[in-house]
Design a protein around this ligand. Structure first.
Ligand code: ARG
Length: 388
């Protein structure tokens, strides 16, 4: 208990230090002495730690030495911006974020191997294929009798062209972005018609209910906070919800825009088609930032490419009896298992959140197919395990 408290305190302090420094930019291409010291200290701690993060694995001494003096041309971002979350949170799975789009190039020696490993072999010579949504209607309902899947959700992330990511956004940028995004979402029509609710001034009860119902993002994610993504919170943040509450848009949380479609049951194709319709409608009003090689640009390297995460809340009681076997099976299908309230959360009532792991190297349609075939495989395995 005491040890736990001590650890929490240390983490909090570390988080605070990193944020102090992260707010300081390098001056004209030179990394400040204070930033450098912070980086050296954090790097040493991470290297000595038992962290299993991809950051720790790929930030070798050689790469650290090569990158620590570099800055991005437009925003003067440093390596510290990229690694501070993983340095503060040794329990990160990845631990790396891009403060601005140029960081993916300037710090490519670190981003490339992390991207390659996370997205299961997207090499630095590979290129994200052109966007191809296809038709979700090609896929049958994964659970027509409602035995396993509680709900299905598909989301993607988008960055608005001309703006950096969270750590480099000014308060004015947040407000400007919000006003552009709000303008675009509130002009949607038909099934997409809805209401934008800014976080600023939102009633606490309403906010808590929206989080509880899995519509709204949680506040105070320590991984994001130490990456410099919670500055000026809640300014510029908000959520758009259509009237059927099955289509939503997050504004300025981890990414500038998150476009989400969700509903009860296992009709993945239908949920996907609704998200695609929304993305296409918004793309007519906003210019999204897409890179030739990396695809749609996002703050976290895990979301590049298609930026699509399709997930189901699913009950697989027999498979879940053996978590190690379950993990192996999920890996085989390139699926990721999370807790019920999203990332870094526990599973409640035997319900797990299972999603596609990779988002790159395949088209949008192929990503959904990979998810569809994987979940179908898991359900078949569950039925076999039950009758065994
Ligand atoms: N930085 C966190 C970690 O490494 C989250 C990584 C992926 N999730 C995300 N929301 N971007 O564990």
């Amino acid at each position: 208990m005491l040890l736990h408290l001590k650890l929490r305190l240390e983490l909090q302090l570390l988080g605070r230090c990193a944020q102090l420094v992260i707010n300081r930019h390098a001056s004209k291409g030179n990394v400040d002495k204070e930033v450098m010291e912070q980086m050296e200290k954090g790097y040493k701690k991470l290297a000595e730690s038992k962290s299993k993060s991809l950051l720790k694995k790929h930030l070798t001494k050689e790469i650290f030495e090569k990158l620590k003096t570099k800055t991005t041309p437009s925003f003067n971002s440093t390596l510290l911006h990229c690694i501070s979350s993983g340095m503060c949170n040794h329990d990160s799975g990845v631990g790396l974020y891009a403060p601005d789009p140029e960081a993916y190039k300037v710090f490519a020696d670190l981003f490339d191997p992390v991207i390659e490993e996370y997205h299961k072999c997207f090499k630095k010579t590979d290129k994200q294929p052109a966007t191809a949504f296809g038709k979700g209607a090609d896929f049958e309902n994964l659970d027509p009798d409602g035995h396993f899947i509680v709900s299905t959700r598909v989301r993607c992330g988008r960055a608005v062209k001309g703006y950096p990511f969270n750590p480099c956004l000014t308060e004015a940028d947040y407000m400007e972005l919000e006003s552009k995004i709000c303008g675009a979402v509130t002009s949607l029509t038909g099934e997409y018609k809805g209401k934008y609710m800014p976080l600023t001034g939102m009633d606490k009860c309403i906010q808590e209910q929206l989080i509880e119902d899995h519509y709204l993002f949680k506040e105070g994610d320590r991984f994001l906070a130490s990456a410099g993504a919670s500055r000026y919170w809640p300014t510029g943040r908000g959520i758009f919800l259509n009237s059927a509450k099955n289509f939503l848009v997050w504004c300025n949380e981890e990414d500038h825009i998150r476009i989400i479609s969700m509903e009860k049951g296992g009709d993945l194709g239908k949920v996907y088609d609704r998200m695609v319709g929304g993305v296409e409608a918004l793309g007519k009003q906003l210019q999204f930032n897409r890179d030739e090689r990396l695809g749609f640009l996002t703050f976290c390297p895990t979301n590049l490419g298609t930026s699509i995460r399709a997930s189901v809340h699913i009950k697989l009681p027999n498979l879940m009896c053996d978590p190690d076997e379950m993990k192996k099976l999920a890996d085989k299908y390139r699926l990721q298992i999370r807790g019920t309230s999203g990332e870094h959360s526990e599973a409640k009532g035997g319900v797990h959140d299972i999603s596609n792991q990779r988002r790159m190297g395949l088209t949008e349609y192929e990503i959904i197919k990979e998810m569809h075939d994987g979940i179908k495989g898991l359900i078949e395995a569950e039925c076999k395990a039950k009758s065994a």
